[in-house]
Design a protein around this ligand. Structure first.
Ligand SMILES: [Fe+2]
Length: 266
């Protein structure tokens, strides 16, 4: 009798856990792609491919190699986003547009089939607050501005910066929200950002586990909550592209392509 109850309970738990596992992996029935292609996304809107002006591509050769790999992975449009961070990468409209013009010419000369554009990834600090007033910001498209901030300590002026961007006519896109550890204790903070009028941009590498399992878990949770608007590679170098390529041939591929990101509008 006791054995019967045990078997009954075991079966019940197996069914329960079986169902739970299925719910957590809705892409299990889809085949893992054999070729590494992100063509379905079409556009990437966060990367560091302009040479020598931030911590991404170092030389024009680096830059060309990265862009060629992106084209091979099926991307048609790249909106690359050099850091504008006065303490480390004091880029301006001029440094970015000059580097962009050089690379657009080289992309053409080397027959790389990709449309290269540029915006910026602005770091929220006092300099940025003044910059909003001083000159038009570089946008991903229309009025959309990609911003980042400290990953360890929440900037005291975050709400003020978002308000200032909004009242200046911009739509903030918060880069890699899953990487800001101070938001992890309260996922309601992400809804708060959206309520304040921000878009949220997933780093694809977060889903691949590149920044650790905890960041991956938060990114997957935010995906399941439908919190993201854009996805981006945030690629700086070949190692990042290798991870992207491997990811395109894994179950993670479907987590990205199964989500209604706005990238196709770029
Ligand atoms: Fe970035």
């Amino acid at each position: 009798m006791a054995d019967g109850i045990f078997l009954y309970l075991s079966g019940m738990f197996a069914r329960l856990f079986g169902r739970r596992r299925k719910e957590q992996s809705p892409y299990d029935h889809l085949p893992v792609p054999e070729t590494a292609s992100w063509a379905l996304l079409g556009a990437d809107m966060h990367s560091h491919f302009l040479p020598g002006i931030d911590d991404g591509a170092k030389t024009t050769e680096d830059s060309l190699a990265l862009l060629r790999t992106m084209a091979e992975m099926g991307y048609k449009t790249i909106i690359t986003t050099p850091h504008v961070f006065i303490d480390y990468y004091p880029n301006t409209r001029e440094t970015i547009t000059n580097a962009l013009t050089t690379m657009q010419q080289l992309v053409k000369e080397h027959n790389i089939d990709i449309e290269l554009r540029a915006a910026a990834e602005y770091y929220i600090d006092d300099y940025f607050m003044q910059l909003i007033d001083r000159e038009p910001l570089l946008t991903i498209q229309k009025n959309e501005v990609l911003v980042e901030f400290s990953m360890m300590i929440e900037p005291p002026n975050l709400a003020e910066a978002i308000f200032k961007l909004k009242t200046s006519g911009y739509k903030p896109i918060i880069a890699h929200p899953e990487r800001y550890v101070f938001f992890h204790r309260d996922l309601g903070r992400y809804q708060e950002l959206k309520d304040r009028g921000c878009y949220l941009q997933l780093n694809m590498l977060s889903i691949a586990g590149y920044y650790g399992q905890h960041i991956k878990a938060v990114a997957e949770k935010l995906l399941s909550m439908g919190m993201y608007d854009y996805c981006g590679s945030d690629a700086h170098h070949e190692k990042h592209l290798s991870v992207l390529r491997a990811m395109a041939c894994s179950r993670d591929y479907h987590k990205i392509t199964g989500y209604p990101f706005l990238n196709s509008r770029l």
